[in-house]
Design a protein around this ligand. Structure first.
Ligand code: DGT
Ligand code: CA
Ligand code: CA
Length: 603
């Protein structure tokens, strides 16, 4: 969608303006960008239909923003951005991707040292030139170097959350060509890995008696694929496959296949490579041969049309794509069948029945406009009802986080009154839907909570998380979090390891000790579904599950559209082998609330 391109430029303008003093204008661009991202209609269509007045009806888009959108639609550029770039020719997006560097620092680095990009920045830091700048210091210089190392490690991989919406767009576009029968994503995208190297897509064309027709269909699909809008490079183009780069910077591989081998190709190209290597060995041990063309006994193909028949022929449970990482799934899938030879393959029994994408009944970590979020509690509730949820929890920041407009004890009381009112109204109109009041309190460096226990105890539940001073020795951080876990008012620990993908590592903490403390007190660990966090990650989820610790998948939404992040959290939970019993927001409201209550008495 063109909306995202324009939003990206608006963000850039906003950041560039922030290097100057006009923060009010900068905010206007940021708000406009957020609104554009949230739209379901392409602004190109809005403009065609209703002209500039249609654009002005979009929230946060006034006369001047609307003109800029029209300018981009007509010229593919926005002059304001060119003007700002000329004034300060730096790669601002790249520089502020360094943890701890904001627009104002970018300005100072450019003024004093002419730093324009990451390479300049690294050179200057290594030469010790940054420590002597006003407001920087030795510690900042060291942090910059550390952060650059981190960025280098994650280079070339993209967030699942950045890519998946685009993959759906491509698949929808390909579906428009009538020659395609089945279209599937494969590779790490299908396994829903948190970061993606490149996108793999498979297509089958109509299998007819006429091979010439099939070939013509394949050619047509491939031609269509390489000429999709946004293709900036064609790496290769043959009769059954093609590879392109999109302007967003990532690559897409397409393969066209006959239907009878679709299952084996899907299995092969879904990977992971490690999973496939073991699977091929298992086939060999059974006197079979497995490759992308099928599963064979001698020359005879015994399976290949779909994946399920391949796993079944290998005498194992079907393995969901999210589990295919060779992290024990193959052994478990084989073991059960061998122990119970009469078991059918339809019902998985050895592998857990991992949670499904529609198993979530509510979201317990949502920020409202009370702490500077975009939407009112009522707007959030309406969005949640539309999703089909049975409950939500409003969990705004508390007072320590002043930049996030954290609430104090009094504001929480006012919020409670509003929530009670909305709940009454909803129930009076026959909705079976409840809003709980929580909060996301701060775990201070000494492990205390930044708000009075008495105020916490009046909430339906309390989330606590670390939001500052993350560079602590491991023992100290572990003690800090465990103290919060032991607070009888604390029910949930948010984003427990503090990592931001492509930005910073998790803080140092002894996860086993955290598990012990949460188990003892019945405290719940969050799986934060924000695509930049996905925290807990898959291996921690698996550990927590094995330990018997309960988890909750939360979006941490700061505006209602972000409620859609839930799917990324579910993917992560599936990759961590989590079942419905492990995830409290898969449970009906009463059961979930009782668990929260019990955990209080246990602490
Ligand atoms: P990525 O793109 O780095 O996020 O990860 P994948 O898993 O998508 O890897 P990719 O795109 O290189 O290949 C897609 C799938 O194709 C991979 O998951 C398994 C299969 N595959 C590719 N190369 C090999 C190989 O050399 N051996 C085996 N067994 N499978 C391979
Ligand atoms: Ca891939
Ligand atoms: Ca690939």
């Amino acid at each position: 969608m063109i909306n995202r391109e324009i939003a990206k430029i608006f963000y850039e303008i906003s950041q560039r303006l922030e290097t100057e003093e006009t923060s009010f204008k900068s905010q206007a661009y940021q708000k406009a960008a957020l609104s554009l991202e949230a739209l379901s209609e392409d602004v190109k269509d809005t403009y065609k239909r209703q002209g500039i007045n249609g654009l002005k009806e979009i929230p946060n888009i006034g006369e001047s923003m609307a003109e800029k959108i029209v300018e981009y639609l007509k010229t593919g550029k926005i002059k304001e951005n060119q003007r700002l770039k000329k004034k300060m020719p730096v790669n601002i997006e790249e520089l502020i991707s360094v943890e701890g560097i904001g627009p104002k620092m970018v300005r100072d680095l450019y003024r004093h040292l002419k730093i324009k990009n990451l390479i300049d920045l690294e050179k200057a830091a290594k030469a010790g030139k940054i420590r002597s700048l006003p407001n920087f210091g030795l510690k900042t210089e060291q942090n910059i170097l550390q952060s650059i190392e981190f960025l280098k490690r994650s280079k070339g991989r993209f967030l699942l959350g950045e890519i998946l919406p685009k993959v759906y767009e491509i698949i929808d576009a390909l579906k428009k060509v009538k020659k395609a029968k089945q279209i599937f994503e494969a590779g790490s995208i299908r396994r829903r890995k948190e970061t993606i190297g490149d996108v793999d897509i498979l297509i089958t064309v109509d299998e007819t008696k006429n091979p010439a027709f099939a070939k013509a269909s394949a050619d047509k699909m491939i031609d269509y694929f390489v000429s999709l809008p946004g293709v900036v490079k064609i790496w290769g183009k043959g009769s059954t496959k093609a590879s392109i780069r999109l302007k967003e910077g990532f690559d897409v591989d397409l393969r066209v296949l006959p239907e009878k081998q679709f299952g084996s190709a899907l299995q092969y190209f879904t990977g992971s490579k490690e999973h496939n290597i073991i699977l091929r060995k298992i086939a060999m041990n059974q006197g079979l041969k497995l490759n992308e063309y099928g599963l064979f006994r001698g020359k005879k193909m015994i399976a290949g049309r779909n994946e399920k028949e391949i796993y079944a022929a290998l005498k194992m449970d079907y393995i969901e794509p999210e589990l295919r990482e060779n992290k024990g799934e193959i052994e478990v899938a084989l073991r059960q069948i061998q122990n119970k030879p009469n078991q059918t393959h339809d019902k998985p029994n050895g592998l857990p029945k991992i949670i499904g994408y529609s198993d979530i009944l509510g979201d317990l970590h949502i920020h409202s406009n009370y702490n500077g979020g975009e939407n009112s509690i009522l707007e959030i509730a309406e969005a949640a009802i539309n999703i089909g949820y049975q409950y939500i929890g409003i969990a705004d920041h508390t007072k320590f986080l002043r930049i996030e407009h954290g609430l104090d004890e009094k504001q929480l009381t006012i919020q409670r009154e509003e929530i009670d009112k909305i709940n009454k109204k909803l129930q009076a109109s026959g909705f079976k839907f409840y809003i709980l009041q929580g909060c996301e309190a701060n775990i201070m460096p000494d492990g205390s909570i930044d708000i009075k226990d008495e105020a916490l105890s009046r909430l339906d539940y309390v989330i606590a998380g670390v939001h500052h001073q993350m560079k602590m020795p491991k023992e100290k951080m572990t003690k800090r979090i465990i103290k919060a876990i032991n607070n009888p008012n604390v029910d949930i620990i948010s984003h427990p390891t503090g990592r931001i993908l492509k930005r910073r590592d998790e803080y140092e903490v002894d996860f086993n000790e955290i598990l012990k403390a949460t188990k003892k007190t019945g405290t719940i660990l969050e799986i934060n579904a924000n695509p930049y966090r996905l925290d807990l990650n898959d291996s921690y989820i698996k550990k927590a599950k094995e330990f018997g610790v309960k988890m909750v998948i939360n979006t941490d939404a700061h505006r209602k559209e972000q409620l859609n992040f839930m799917k990324y959290g579910i993917s992560q939970a599936r990759r961590g082998w989590a079942e419905r019993k492990d995830i409290i927001n898969c449970w009906p409201a009463e059961e979930m609330k009782n668990f929260l209550k019990d955990s209080k008495s246990r602490a």
